[in-house]
Design a protein around this ligand. Structure first.
Ligand code: PAF
Length: 272
């Protein structure tokens, strides 16, 4: 595996490749990333993974500092998967050039995580756009666990007429419920049990909404239950209609339950 650290080396390499699959990551690689990489490898001969913990998308310095980093482990995983290229820039390298595209933030960026993490999505779109300008990949692989991120990146790509196809990939789960996430590395086994309980409750709630043909979706009782089992803070639990990205009101809409809550100090998000 070739590790590239500077964009001048990257440009040199890219000029020789015409069909590139790209998987952006912040490291802390897990089974979800492995799934994206395996899919990418099937789609094209050349696959590049990036590892860059983007400071611009953290709205808290502490969160940035405590974000899981384990490069040795990451490299091992990438080598095992036979990834050809790894791009690991530093902040100066990635943020020092003037971009051609303008950051586009669809209004959905103000909801859910956008409401609770000001500036987060602007930071995500900024860095992903930079990667896209440098790499000009044919495909970018993104996970549905970060549904809002995936949606907003798609909208930015469309708005700027970027010639990269977005391939959205299903969420991979541990024990059927807990989605793999880099942040899970900061959970101990008791935290994991607690998170699992929340996800089981939310699954059950979705089934109840459908089965009982609920006409007015309301999560106040389930929130109380979740707080009762030991969750200290919930940012949001909302049913979002996947066709219009508005709040879903009724059982028969095509909706997912989006959630963000804290297990101890670790913020977890999911949707299903
Ligand atoms: O999902 C992530 O890991 C990050 O938000 C991304 C897309 C790599 C941008 O920094």
């Amino acid at each position: 595996m070739k590790i590239i650290r500077q964009k001048k080396d990257l440009k040199n390499l890219i000029s020789k490749i015409n069909c590139l699959s790209f998987i952006p990551t912040m490291g802390g690689l897990h089974k979800g990333h492995e799934f994206l990489i395996k899919k990418a490898k099937k789609k094209s001969k050349f696959t590049i993974v990036s590892i860059f913990v983007n400071p611009k998308q953290f709205n808290s310095k502490k969160d940035f500092i405590t974000y899981p980093r384990n490069y040795k482990r990451d490299l091992k995983i990438l080598k095992k998967l036979n990834v050809k290229y790894l791009y690991m820039p530093n902040s100066r390298d990635i943020f020092s050039f003037k971009t051609s595209n303008k950051i586009y933030l669809h209004p959905f960026s103000n909801k859910l995580c956008g409401k609770y993490r000001p500036g987060h999505f602007k930071g995500v779109i900024d860095v992903v756009n930079r990667f896209l300008e440098l790499l000009t990949p044919k495909y970018i692989f993104l996970g549905k666990k970060d549904y809002q991120q995936l949606f907003l990146i798609k909208k930015h790509i469309d708005k700027n007429k970027i010639k990269t196809f977005v391939i959205s990939c299903n969420t991979i789960r541990e024990n059927k419920f807990l989605p793999y996430s880099s942040r899970n590395f900061n959970l101990n086994k008791y935290d994991k049990v607690l998170a699992l309980k929340v996800y089981k409750l939310l699954r059950k709630e979705k089934n109840i909404i459908k089965k009982n043909k609920i006409q007015k979706i309301n999560f106040s009782n389930i929130k109380k239950k979740i707080l009762k089992i030991g969750i200290k803070k919930i940012d949001y639990i909302e049913a979002i209609n996947l066709d219009n990205f508005k709040k879903a009101k009724k059982f028969n809409e095509n909706f997912n339950i989006f959630s963000a809550f804290y297990v101890n100090k670790v913020r977890l998000i999911d949707n299903f």
